[in-house]
Design a protein around this ligand. Structure first.
Ligand code: HEC
Length: 141
């Protein structure tokens, strides 16, 4: 049976130990984990332009990226690998009521070449992140 003093030391020591472990792991994530996995050195003006459009136009109202967003339209984390730059540009600037290869319509945008290139650069940067295997390959073909 612990005395009151021993219980206090046990509590404070345990709290301190796990607080230090938590801070150490947080430091490791921020200082080495995030940069190694997301490559912030590759964030160019073009990538930032794409990211701004992504937010301003609320693309997440229909799409997901890194799993975040809505489920009306395809997950776009790996769209650069899956479709390539020309396909992305065609999709985001499609006229006649918006891109709709399978019936559901995307909004009809009127991006400049520079804006479309920005979106491509943004998707390329997102696609090169190390996301520990996300999104998973479908097991059923
Ligand atoms: C109103 C809903 C909606 C919004 C908002 C929307 N999209 Fe889409 N998007 C779609 C639909 C629907 C498709 C076609 C899905 C299909 O293949 O049937 C699509 C397809 C795409 C594709 C091709 C994906 C693939 O794998 O074939 C890209 C790239 C894309 N959208 C980018 C964007 C970007 C960038 C924005 C914001 C500027 C955006 N979308 C906003 C609905 C939307």
């Amino acid at each position: 049976m612990l005395t009151k003093k021993q219980a206090k030391i046990f509590f404070l020591g345990g709290t301190l130990l796990f607080a230090l472990i938590f801070l150490g792991l947080s430091y490791d994530t921020v200082v080495s984990g995030l940069p190694a996995n997301t490559h912030p050195e590759n964030i160019t003006e073009e990538v930032l332009l794409g990211r701004t459009i992504w937010d301003d136009k609320n693309c997440m109202g229909c799409h997901t990226i890194m799993g975040e967003g809505a489920y009306y339209a395809p997950e776009l984390t790996k769209v650069y690998d899956r479709r390539g730059p020309d396909y992305i540009k065609a999709a985001v600037n499609f006229k006649n009521g918006g891109w709709a290869p399978n019936g559901r319509h995307m909004v009809e945008y009127n991006f400049t070449d520079k804006e479309a290139e920005g979106l491509v650069a943004f998707f390329k940067w997102v696609g090169e992140m190390n996301l520990n295997g996300f999104p998973a390959e479908p097991t059923i073909k």
